[in-house]
Design a binder for this molecule. Structure first.
Ligand code: GDP
Ligand code: GDP
Length: 477
């Protein structure tokens, strides 16, 4: 599971600066959801091979009264859900009473907390940070978030157990080239459909010969989306139609509910982020929708069903969630809910808007449904199965190499420094999402447009629907 790092501290200590350095800002999910404070931000970051979630908890203003209350309202949830808290103080400003109040709270929380003194650039840092030892939080990590100094080693320390676990699981690998979720254009290489058809025919043939059986583990399906898009209604609808045995997996109240179910002889585990089981009981808006819960559910799922609200259009938060799903390498099915009772004109408008804003994810299936009336809900499962099958498709080296060869025959890779880039062979590097490793000469120098062309060629010839694909390039044999 992705670890969560929370940035805590009074305003102006440099939390946003550190947040922006750790995440790529475009991934930031700003929590202006109803019931949550406006300034909480969530982002994805990475140290080495380890991906994690960063939460900027927003400022806690210590000069105000009742800091405990404020903290409870604002940052407590984030601290509660975090694996590590980075408690930031300002080395230039020195120790303040707000720092002390926050420290007192953190000591009580018994959460793994690192005390971070920021803005140590251009000052005698060792002398400046001395007074912060009074906070009783142990070692002080000196950083300059604005310049990046000390940031990497801080995160390596903060996430040391998780990094060790990961190192045990896998050897060090390079970051794959990912499909661009920005909707960046510039694909100069048009497909030759005849060649693609030939590739697909060849694949069918080979697939039959090689027929690698599918494992029939349950598909973990997470139903996610902004508040009020209809997740609970949809989950109830799905469960109402099925015989289900509901049980609670161990976890905290902030965890999603895992519900096993079967449909058309396929086993599923529904990851319910809306908390249907707790419906009817008193719960706060904050409890009902938790961004971290959503991100963890995405991470834990095989396939994510992202629910959108036809009446609200696509919001930046929808796009951020989508970005998280793709970054996490999860398969996706999109459901535009509340499709009932809309005039044809309105429906046409919505479809145009979806085309425009979701063009970059044209490899995912899009369904128009009404969770309330049940229309379109049954069809979702075909797409979920298809996305899962795409993500776990077994493809042999010979097949991948032949597809790569055909793509190369259609469009030669460009010359780089007077020498032609040569692709030699390709093999699978993993599944869920599919990873393809391409070996060749000077492949690191391939322009992005050619990489995109190859990724698309693989996608279309292998008929990967609903799943991201990652292609990595390796020099030589
Ligand atoms: P936040 O309110 O905790 O999110 O703080 P910000 O990230 O907005 O930073 C507050 C101010 O401190 C800004 O003017 C930053 O440019 C400045 N700042 C942040 N990090 C550093 C640093 O490492 N060195 C210095 N000199 N200034 C910094
Ligand atoms: P959640 O916060 O995503 O779990 O959303 P809910 O399932 O609680 O639904 C929010 C509101 O939208 C409720 O008032 C639902 O009755 C309504 N709603 C959900 N699905 C539909 C639908 O398909 N059509 C219409 N018209 N309303 C819906």
């Amino acid at each position: 599971m992705m670890p969560v790092v929370a940035l805590v501290g009074r305003p102006n200590v440099g939390k946003s600066t550190l947040f922006n350095r750790l995440t790529r800002t475009r991934d930031a999910l700003v929590a202006d959801f109803p019931g949550l404070t406006r300034d909480r931000k969530y982002g994805q970051a990475r140290v080495g091979e380890l991906e994690y979630i960063v939460v900027d908890t927003g400022g806690i203003d210590g000069s105000e009264q009742g800091i405990e209350l404020k903290m409870a309202a604002q940052s407590l949830a984030a601290i509660d859900e975090a694996d590590v808290v980075l408690f930031m103080v300002d080395a230039r400003a020195g120790l303040t009473s707000a720092d002390q109040a926050i420290a007192a709270h953190l000591r009580r929380c018994q959460k793994k907390t690192l005390l971070v003194a920021n803005k140590t650039d251009g000052i005698d840092a060792d002398a400046a940070v001395g007074e912060f030892y009074q906070l009783g939080l142990g070692d002080i990590y000196q950083i300059a978030a604005a310049h990046g100094r000390g940031v990497l080693s801080l995160l390596e320390t903060a996430l040391a157990p998780q990094l060790e676990r990961l190192a045990g699981d896998t050897g060090g690998e390079e970051r794959p080239d990912e499909e661009n979720a920005d909707g960046e254009q510039g694909d100069e290489h048009e497909f030759d459909d005849a060649s693609l058809e030939e590739a697909m025919a060849m694949i069918d043939e080979l697939a039959e010969e090689e027929a690698i059986p599918f494992e029939d583990a349950p598909i973990k399906l997470a139903i996610v989306g902004r508040p009020n898009v209809g997740k609970s209604t949809l989950t109830n609808r799905i469960l109402g139609e099925e015989r289900v045995v509901v049980y609670d997996m161990p976890g905290t109240t902030r965890d999603s509910v895992y519900i096993p179910m079967q449909r058309d002889e396929q086993d599923y585990i529904l990851i319910d982020t809306a908390g249907v089981r707790r419906r009817g009981k008193v719960h706060e808006a904050v409890e009902k929708f938790s961004v971290i819960k959503t991100l963890k559910a995405i991470e834990d799922a095989n396939v994510v069903l992202l629910v959108l609200d036809a009446r609200e259009g696509i919001s930046d938060q929808d796009l951020s969630l989508l970005g998280f799903v793709l970054n996490a390498g999860r398969s996706i099915v999109l459901a535009v809910n509340k499709w009932d009772g809309l005039s044809q004109d309105v429906r046409d408008d919505i479809k145009r808007e979806l085309d425009r804003r979701l063009g970059f994810i044209d490899f995912a299936r899009l369904h128009f449904i009404s969770a309330l009336h049940g229309s379109g809900v049954g069809n979702l499962f075909e797409s979920v199965k298809e996305a899962y099958a795409s993500a776990t498709k077994r493809v042999s080296t010979s097949m991948l190499t032949r597809i790569m060869q055909m793509a190369q025959d259609d469009h030669q890779p460009p010359l780089v420094r007077g020498r032609r880039v040569k692709l030699k062979y390709a093999h699978a590097g993993g599944y869920n999402p599919p990873r393809i490793i391409v070996h060749g000469n000077q492949v690191k120098d391939l322009p992005d447009s050619y990489k995109r062309y190859l990724i698309n060629y693989f996608r279309r010839s292998l008929q990967i629907v609903g799943s991201p694909i990652r292609v990595e390039f390796q020099e030589g044999d």
